[in-house]
Write a protein that binds this ligand. Structure first.
Ligand code: G
Ligand code: G
Ligand code: MN
Ligand code: NA
Length: 249
C-alpha cells in the first residue's frame, strides 16, 4: 500500500515518533536543546525516514495533520520530561497554511508549555513566495515567545538580505559545508563567513552534521555557538534515559 494511504491510520495508531538529537554549546559542551526529528515506525516497512514520507504528505495535504501531531507531541515531551527546549521542523507548506499560527498557538496554550521553550526551524523557501506575510507571521510568533531558526542555511538561494530582514534567533549551517571542512578549501571560507555574519547581526550560529573532532574544533575556534551532529549525539527515541537527564542549561 502506498505510504500516503497509510498515513491517517498511522497517525491514529500512534506509529509516528519524535527522535531527539542534542544541540550542544561549542563553549561549555552543555546541551542547549534537542531537535525533534520525525520517524514512522511502519508495521511492514520498519523505521521510515521523513525523507521518504514528508514530500508525500505535502502533496496529499496530510502534512497539516502530521505537523500538528509534531507540535502536540513536542508539547507533551516538554510538559512531561526534563527536556528544557525543543526545536521542531516546520514544512513550508505547513507554515504557509492560513491556520498554522492559530493552531500552533492553540496547541501550545492548551499544553501549558511556555513558547520560549520551542524553536521553529523554517527553511528559506518559506520566505520566497509571500515575504511580507511571512515577515508578519514571524514577528507575531516571536512576540508570543517562540524562537525562530533558519534551517539548511547556505543551500538554495540563501539571500543574505534574509538575515537582516527577518527576525531569526539562529542560523543552522547546512551539513554539506560542515562535511566538506578539511576537504574543500571553500567550505572553510563559507563556514567562517556565515559565523562572522551571525556574530555581526547578533544571530546565534549552529553547525549541523558535525561528525568528527576536527570539525568540532574548527567550528569552536571559528566562533560557532552550537554544534549538532553524530559526534555530539545521534537522534534517539525518547526513552527512559532521555527522560531522566538533568535539566539542561
Ligand atoms: O532526521 P532525518 O535526517 O531523517 O530528517 C530528514 C529531513 O526530514 C530533514 O530535512 C528534516 O528537516 C526533515 N524532518 C524531520 N522531522 C521533521 C518534521 O517533524 N517535520 C518536517 N516537516 N520535516 C521534518
Ligand atoms: O534538514 P534538517 O537540518 O532538519 O535535517 C536534519 C537531518 O540531518 C536529520 O535527518 C538528521 O538525522 C540528520 N543528521 C543529524 N546529524 C547528522 C550527522 O552528523 N551526519 C549526517 N550525515 N546526518 C545527520
Ligand atoms: Mn532541522
Ligand atoms: Na538543516
Amino acid at each position: 500500500r502506498a505510504l500516503e494511504i497509510d498515513m491517517d491510520a498511522a497517525l491514529a495508531r500512534g506509529e509516528f515518533e519524535l527522535f531527539l538529537q542534542p544541540r550542544v554549546s561549542a563553549v561549555t559542551a552543555k546541551i542547549h536543546s534537542y531537535e525533534a526529528l520525525l520517524r514512522w515506525n511502519h508495521p511492514q516497512r520498519g523505521l521510515v525516514s521523513p525523507v521518504d514520507f514528508v514530500a508525500v504528505a505535502e502533496v496529499s495535504g496530510k502534512i497539516i495533520a502530521l505537523g500538528e501531531w509534531v507540535i502536540e507531541e513536542a508539547c507533551r515531551i516538554l510538559a512531561g520530561t526534563e527536556v528544557e527546549r525543543l526545536s521542531i521542523n516546520v514544512s513550508p507548506l505547513q507554515f504557509r497554511h492560513s491556520d498554522f499560527q492559530h493552531r500552533l498557538g492553540e496547541i501550545v496554550r492548551a499544553s501549558g508549555v511556555d513558547p520560549r521553550r520551542i524553536e521553529l526551524e523554517i527553511t528559506e523557501s518559506v520566505l520566497i513566495d509571500d515575504d511580507r506575510r511571512a515577515l508578519q507571521i514571524l514577528k507575531e510568533l516571536k512576540a508570543v515567545g517562540f524562537t525562530i531558526a533558519l534551517d539548511d542555511f547556505g543551500t538554495g538561494y540563501s539571500s543574505l538580505s534574509y538575515l537582516s530582514r527577518y527576525p531569526f534567533d539562529a542560523i543552522k549551517i547546512d551539513r554539506s559545508f560542515v562535511s566538506n571542512l578539511g576537504l574543500d578549501e571553500s567550505a572553510a571560507v563559507i563556514v567562517n563567513t556565515i559565523i562572522d555574519l551571525g556574530e555581526r547581526l547578533g544571530i546565534k550560529v549552529v553547525a549541523e552534521g558535525v561528525e568528527t573532532i576536527e570539525q568540532a574544533l574548527f567550528l569552536a575556534r571559528a566562533g560557532c555557538d552550537e554544534l549538532q551532529g553524530y559526534l555530539l549525539g545521534k537522534p534517539v527515541a525518547l526513552d527512559e534515559r532521555v527522560r531522566t537527564i538533568p535539566a539542561s542549561v
